[in-house]
Design a protein around this ligand. Structure first.
Ligand code: FAD
Length: 475
């Protein structure tokens, strides 16, 4: 029997050089070639008895060793079919999931590294392999028809076309239900379309994934702000069940001076560029004025995406975060990428107020240095201000990439809907809300998490809706 190949280091995805990528919104991680993918797939140990930590660590439970095995056998369509048993959108998840905290963070090779056991090495690059498989099917143009059962006669309205709504709609349509998807914006994708920059997730990739829903017969109604153009209570009357997946897209500001000209919420900047192409102004008609230098407040995905965007607009980019890199929720490799591109990161720095001039324009961000204190309720060391360390970061604009909240427009006047103390929609294990026939999932429930968690909750809700329809509702 051939010896299993093990390497110390995994194969890195080739990247566009920083000086080139900072000038373009084109995707900068080029993805594996066939030979790199095969080589990387062979690093997998296909552990059988190690209770498959990678599968358990994936919120949707992708059969990781199963799809990687198919790659090693040269069966890329088989690999794709394995992934989509659990995850309807592999090309998206392969790109945007924080794999180091999920599947890859649980890879047995990684475990061995930290415990200093025999099989030292870096985890298998599961995300890059998933992206490779999805891209292979997309680029090859092979049309893998999705199986669909006969029409059931049940009608379901899905509100919000982010990953939660899309995953829910996809699953329900496969089970033969008629699904109508109501979306406030003129296109589908939610944060994946208007938040995550094209440099990380090209829109043609996203659109290819979304097309699967059209081919399953899901009908999209764009420009429908539920709560304004149509009430949630009306949808509950017109449909047998409703899924609420409206996300948590309301930007948060909230320090002294946030009224000055040049203060933005992250979502505003990202939407102007990602959706309305402010990078192409004046041809695009939508500007975004960040000036010569911008300060971005935050340390999560959103802050990094604002930095990617600002750098590509040619703006000197400062990121101000009150904690450390290790305790931030953004991906470590993405910090590396924006630092390579020239971003200046101010770790352990807390903004105090936006400083404006007499004309009301931003001229700086007053901050204080922080030190790490005792752990807080999240277990992370609480940052405490260092006395006498106040200073001003000079800038022409400030972008707040913190404190996103659910926007209650869709459900604020629905009688009997229970919310949590954080204003998110309260659901049970089965994603049922307190209103009969109304289910919810994604950021509007969890307060803001990940694409794959939203997909997992959308799928779980679809299962409960199916059960509700077939057991409790007569057609
Ligand atoms: P959303 O994606 O927010 O979608 C909700 C949809 O509902 C939107 O299309 C919205 O227009 C629509 N909607 C809202 N109100 C109404 C209404 N009243 N009527 C009709 N439609 C309505 N996660 C990752 O895993 N990886 C990443 O790299 C990553 N990067 C991120 C970058 C940014 C800038 C942000 C903000 C988040 C990021 N996240 C990332 C988190 C992830 O995007 C979210 O957790 C996920 O998109 C939540 O999905 P959702 O379907 O619940 O909501």
């Amino acid at each position: 029997m051939a010896k299993r190949i093990r390497y110390e280091d995994r194969n890195q995805e080739p990247l566009m050089p920083p000086e080139q990528r900072v000038k373009t919104f084109r995707e900068y991680a080029f993805g594996y070639s066939v030979s790199l993918a095969l080589d990387e797939a062979r690093r997998c140990l296909f552990c059988k008895d190690a209770d498959l930590r990678c599968v358990k660590a994936c919120p949707v439970g992708v059969d990781v060793p199963g799809f990687i095995k198919k790659i090693t056998e040269g069966d890329l369509l088989g690999a794709y079919r394995k992934i989509v048993e659990a995850d309807p959108f592999p090309s998206v998840c392969g790109r945007v999931c924080p794999q180091e905290r999920q599947c890859e963070g649980s890879c047995i090779l990684y475990y061995d590294t930290v415990r200093e056991r025999k099989n030292k090495g870096l985890p298998v690059s599961i995300g890059a392999l998933e992206k490779f498989v999805g891209d292979f099917v997309r680029v090859s143009g092979i049309n893998l028809e999705e199986e669909k059962t006969d029409p059931t006669g049940y009608r379901v309205a899905v509100v919000g076309a982010g990953p939660a709504g899309l995953a829910c709609a996809h699953q329900l349509a496969k089970w033969g239900h008629e699904v109508h998807l109501f979306e406030a914006l003129p296109r589908a994708g939610g944060v994946m379309a208007y938040g995550i920059p094209q440099a990380r997730l090209p829109r043609e990739v996203l659109d290819w994934e979304i097309k699967k829903l059209e081919s399953l017969g899901v009908k999209f109604f764009f420009g429908h702000v539920v709560g304004r153009t149509v009430k949630l209570s009306e949808l509950l009357e017109r449909y047998h069940a409703v899924f609420l997946g409206v996300g948590a897209g309301r930007g948060g500001l909230g320090i002294k001076g946030d009224h000055y000209m040049g203060v933005y919420s992250a979502i505003e900047v990202l939407t102007r560029v990602g959706l309305n192409r402010a990078d192409l102004f004046p041809e695009s008609g939508t500007p975004v004025h960040l000036g010569r230098r911008t300060a971005i407040v935050g340390g999560g995905f959103t802050a990094v995406d604002c930095a990617i965007t600002a750098l590509r607009l040619g703006v000197e980019t400062h990121v101000v975060y009150r904690r450390t890199r290790e305790t931030s929720s953004a991906r470590q490799e993405e910090w590396d990428h924006i630092i390579q591109e020239g971003a200046i990161i101010h770790w352990l720095t807390q903004p105090l107020e936006v400083v404006g001039d007499q004309e009301g324009k931003v001229v700086g961000l007053k901050c204080v240095k922080m030190a790490l204190g005792e752990p807080d309720e999240s277990g992370r060391p609480r940052p405490v201000p260092v006395e006498g360390s106040e200073h001003i970061i000079e800038c022409d604009s400030v972008i707040f990439a913190i404190g996103q909240k659910a926007n209650p427009v869709a459900y604020e006047d629905l009688p009997g809907l229970e919310l949590t103390k954080w204003g998110t929609v309260k659901v049970g294990e089965d994603m049922r809300t307190s209103v009969r026939g109304l289910f919810a999932g994604g950021d509007v429930v969890n307060g803001g998490n990940t694409v794959v968690r939203a997909i997992a909750e959308g799928k779980r809700a679809a299962q409960s809706i199916h059960k509700f329809l077939t057991e409790e509702v007569a057609v």
